[in-house]
Write a protein that binds this ligand. Structure first.
Ligand code: DAH
Length: 330
């Protein structure tokens, strides 16, 4: 009896206890062997023998259970202790993050215009027809509305397709002179290597008394801006069409990859189109109730700038959060 109790008490791990359990209580264990002896006991002593054995078994079982619980608790405590993280420990492994190339590009553009005293304006992403189209000289059924594949809501509201509506919001709440940019995300039903359903633009608008703002001002500020962004590039203005500006132009820079020689990125033209601009159409001023003013406006896609600056071939990779791409911008 004593020996069996000691066996149990001496087991100091769950593993050792399991061995003892098999040895003492198992099918071929000590207790089973003792019970087997019952058949050789003289009939008169059988009852006492069996009773004693049962009592012994119960006592041992109780001892085993208590000891098992104690050891188990101890092992859990030891495990918790050994796995505890010491947050005060010094570590020289530093996972410093960095700005996303898109944010960095956006900041760089904003910095430029803020330094030139432009204010930074924001507008809603859910727009109405008036701000996104009508006031920008895009009346209903105007063919230019087809240029943009719009996400509409059931109530006729829509996700803005460009940041140009922020022009309208700003002019309605403020009187000229205005010098503003409006960075923000815009939405179109598009998805391929150069289009995602959500992307970012920066809109620019300058309005002053009639005669103060000219196309020459627009040309000069955008030329300087593009040289600031892309270094020593040639800049050209090509006549184009936008409903909200007249005249309108698209602006190209000489290809930064082949220096104008012609390559795959510039489709062998030597030029990369980077923004749209123009002199604000008088219908836009009329829509916001401005009189005797003139102004210029421009708009550009930030993703395109980021892709060109960092030579990122697939626009969609800007939104995948792939560390292999992002870590290159540490
Ligand atoms: N809103 C135009 C677009 O999303 C970009 C644009 C072009 C804005 C010419 C302008 C502009 O203000 O004058 O494609």
């Amino acid at each position: 009896m004593k020996a069996l109790e000691e066996k149990i008490i001496d087991a100091s791990s769950l593993e050792a206890l399991e061995k003892v359990r098999v040895e003492v209580f198992g099918k071929k264990g000590i207790l089973t062997q003792e019970f087997a002896k019952l058949k050789d006991v003289p009939p008169a002593e059988k009852k006492d023998f069996a009773q004693n054995l049962n009592t012994l078994k119960e006592q041992l079982q109780a001892l085993f259970d208590t000891h098992y619980a104690t050891i188990k608790k101890l092992e859990i405590e030891q495990m918790l202790e050994s796995q505890k993280i010491d947050v005060s420990l010094y570590s020289n492994i530093s996972n410093k993050g960095s700005l996303h190339p898109l944010v960095e590009t956006m900041d760089k553009i904003i910095d430029y215009f803020v330094a030139l005293n432009f204010s930074v304006e924001v507008g809603p992403m859910v727009e109405d027809d008036f701000h996104n189209f009508e006031a920008l000289n895009l009346p209903k059924n105007h063919p230019a509305r087809d240029m943009q594949d719009t996400f509409f809501f059931a109530d006729g509201k829509l996700l803005r397709t460009h940041t140009s509506p922020v022009q309208i919001h700003t002019m309605k709440k403020q009187q000229p002179p205005i010098r503003m940019i409006a960075p923000g995300c815009v939405f179109r039903r598009d998805y391929d290597i150069t289009h995602t359903p959500m992307f970012n633009q920066i809109e620019g608008l300058v309005v002053d008394q009639k005669g103060v703002v000219s196309f020459a001002n627009l040309k000069s500020i955008l030329t300087d801006f593009l040289k600031y962004m892309f270094g020593d590039v040639d800049v050209r203005f090509r006549p184009s069409f936008f409903p909200f500006t007249e005249p309108s132009a698209e602006v190209d820079i000489s290809c930064i990859f082949c220096k104008g020689e012609g390559c795959r990125v510039c489709s062998q033209t030597g030029w990369l189109e980077v923004l749209g601009c123009g002199i604000v159409d008088s219908n836009v001023f009329e829509a916001v109730g401005y009189k005797d003013v003139s102004g210029y406006a421009f708009g550009l896609g930030i993703e395109r700038f980021a892709m060109l600056l960092h030579q990122i071939p697939d626009l969609r990779s800007l939104y995948e959060g792939d560390m292999r791409l992002l870590e290159q911008f540490r």
